[in-house]
Design a protein around this ligand. Structure first.
Ligand code: F3S
Length: 283
């Protein structure tokens, strides 16, 4: 039986880099270590880090109360005020913001300083968008739906700079930009979507098309894993959603020639390997 593991399964470059940075800090053992928000949405990893002395800070208020230690900023990034606060408090800063997100910070900072009104295509409540807003000078608008794009009116006399959340859907971004552009405003749209999510989904669909059974690994609450599952299910009726190997063990895979495996962005590599070894040995 053939087993195909997606090359894009698991951590993207930015998440891998952030997780590595936290583990690096735990080895230095220089005092208390905090991450500003969970480093990834994976309970197992967060628990493992906790056991190594890493605490998760959930809010700015908690950050204000720290007296010493190292604060690690996760791949989503944060606004300028959080950097300032860390500096003012004399805390050590380790910046694990994904370089692709950092690039958006630089763009919006420059463009808004030059007088443009920034429009962010994305979800207003997402921490990445929160962080991007925190680099803008002046009014910022977040747009996620066609209705919001239709109803959008910029400040009088303002030119626009449109950027997107890195994980936004490409087609949706183009569509929303078109709606805004059609209104005749002077706008400059910069597509800042990261290709990692797109590539992962495309590869998963290709493998699922070939495979007789498909295994999707990821957290139950991980929205990108849920999306992967839906995509694979469309192509392969024997698609299974598991969090770890434990969920796979009671499942009897049908007799097939080829099993495909993919995983969401917050699935650690060792879980993917365990599943892969199990499938190769047991079926
Ligand atoms: Fe990952 Fe960075 Fe892209 S965190 S999804 S590589 S923007």
């Amino acid at each position: 039986m053939e087993v195909i593991v997606a090359k894009t399964a698991g951590f993207c470059f930015g998440v891998q880099r952030a997780v590595d940075k936290v583990y690096e800090q735990t080895e230095k053992k220089k005092g208390p270590i905090y991450t500003y928000g969970p480093i990834i949405h994976n309970e197992e990893v967060v628990k493992d880090l906790e056991a190594r002395g890493v605490r998760v800070i959930e809010s700015r208020r908690e950050l204000e109360q720290l007296a010493s230690g190292t604060v690690i900023i996760r791949s989503h990034g944060v606004g300028r005020d959080i950097y300032r606060l860390i500096q003012e408090k004399g805390l050590e800063l380790v910046d694990a913001t994904c370089p692709f997100v950092k690039k958006i910070h630089r763009i919006v900072e420059k463009e808004s300083r030059e007088g443009k009104q920034i429009v962010i295509i994305g979800s207003d409540s997402h921490p990445e968008v929160e962080g991007i807003k925190g680099w803008c000078v002046g009014k910022t608008t977040v747009i996620a739906t066609e209705e919001e794009a239709e109803g959008f009116v910029p400040e009088a006399g303002k030119n626009l700079c449109i950027v997107s959340q890195t994980t936004f859907n490409n087609n949706k971004f183009k569509n929303l930009v078109e709606i805004i552009s059609k209104k005749g405003y002077d706008s400059n749209a910069i597509n800042t979507i990261c290709s990692a999510t797109d590539e992962r989904q495309r590869e998963a669909a290709q493998i699922a098309k070939r495979a007789g059974a498909m295994i999707v690994i990821g957290g139950r609450h991980s929205s990108n894993t849920q999306k992967l599952f839906e995509i694979c299910q469309k192509e392969c009726e024997n698609t299974y959603y598991i969090q770890t190997l434990v969920d796979l063990e009671p499942i009897l895979l049908p007799p097939v020639d080829c099993v495909g495996i993919t995983a969401g962005a917050s699935t650690p590599n060792h879980i993917i390997k365990e599943v892969q070894t199990y499938v190769r040995n047991e079926f």
